[in-house]
Design a protein around this ligand. Sequence first.
Ligand code: UN1
Length: 510
Amino acid sequence: MNVNEAKKLVMNGLDLQQINSGVYSGEWMAAEGRKAIESICPIDGQALGSVTQGKDKDYENVITAAEKAFKEWSALPAPRRGEIVGEIGAELLKNKELLGMLVTLEIGKTVSEGAGEIQEAIDIASFAMGLSRQLYGLTIASERPEHRLMEQWHPLGIIGVITSFNFPAAVWAWNALIAAVVGNVTVWKPSSSALLTAVAVSRIANRVVERNGLPPIFFLTCGSGRTVGDLLVNDKRVPLISFTGSTAVGLSVAKQTAARFGKSILELGGNNCAVVTAEADIDLAVKGVAFGAMATAGQRCTSTRRVLVHSSIYDDFSAKLKDVYSRVNIGNPLDPSVIVGPLVDKNAVDDYTATIRQSVNQGGRLIHGGQVMEMNGCFVSPAIIEMNRQEGIVLKETFAPILFIMKYETLEEAVQIHNAVPQGLSSAIFSTDIRETEYFISHAGSDCGIVNVNTSTAGAEIGGAFGGEKETGGGRESGSDAWKYYARRQTVTVNYGNDIPLSQGVVFPV
Ligand code: UN1
């Protein structure tokens, strides 16, 4: 399908023609006198559409509506909230193909990955629905007679969700749908590279809430980080900010929220590494590393950026990897045979070129790719760069398909190199030897939040908690018990006796 056909299909199918507003407070803000921001399609460099950005007063309208909606939403029993979130999942499923294609048009994912993105949101909806009947608290044995001690979890209120371009629907869903079953409402500031996806998804989710006779709970404020982002991050009425983006911006978000005693969930940069040992199934490792490094054109937080290969298999592995790279189809991501689409924008292309240049200046040998393609749009060829030592540019995250390949001799040395970067999101080991794989997942092994054995650093399922250590920010989102971040814990002591016995044996004879 060509880009113009896809644009027509998506804009009509999702009924996006009439929406030109990027602010939703229960109704779409009127456009007059507001600045429009364009959404540019990275496949052809043309505008896909535009939405308007609000002013301070429009932001106030959103927060006022959110405070009101929170009262009503949090009063519903959690399983009822879960049913509504389940219905949102069903609506997303109905629109999966069109929404996936919109993701392809806005940020350049392949059609399969665009559909996968929406599937990830559907998966989290069903997870959240089940969770709505399992928001358990504890009962604790009290040291006092005729006392009961327990803990329960209450919603926080308004959650600010700031997302990046690369998972423009899924990461919103991780936050907004889990927050919703816990009883919260959300205000979303999406990336300015994925505005229409944010409009489309918010509209679908709120329609479901409204048809259940409730006020909308998924609010939207499109705009730049410096305007809308700062308002949200510094707003005392927003007790939690969930931020996905760069380490530099994340650090400032953390400081600003802490300064007002707000909480933050940070999902920042990754510099993910795969270790391929002498005992690896080499063909499987090649596939896992190729997917990790090239999927989403290397623009996932979980993308494989480094591969450490045992010296005894280094030549074999790198020859096979180069062979896979040379067979990869780069181009229009709407074409199902294409597996590497464009980078998100021209800035990303500049970062790619600068990183390749710096790597070569720092002693790297470009053994595959590394060129900007002579095509309209933001296409580059995935690069493999051999490095003798891990230093300089290798320690930085570049959101592009650039893979650094290095040699190692012992697994201890590999783990030491693996961990010697500032980031700590995802990691992988490829080995058929249980002693090696167990070592890698032990406390002495990978220091990341996510560790994979014989599979890629990228492509985590929603059932586990997602996030990482060190400069990745320490946050956890999505599955497992990450829901607790969106709740306040309350410890409850109930005395059902006729006296006031005191804890720690204290006497107070009044
Ligand atoms: C991200 O890049 O911010 O694990 C999220 C993965 C996806 C999510 C990535 N499920 O690659």
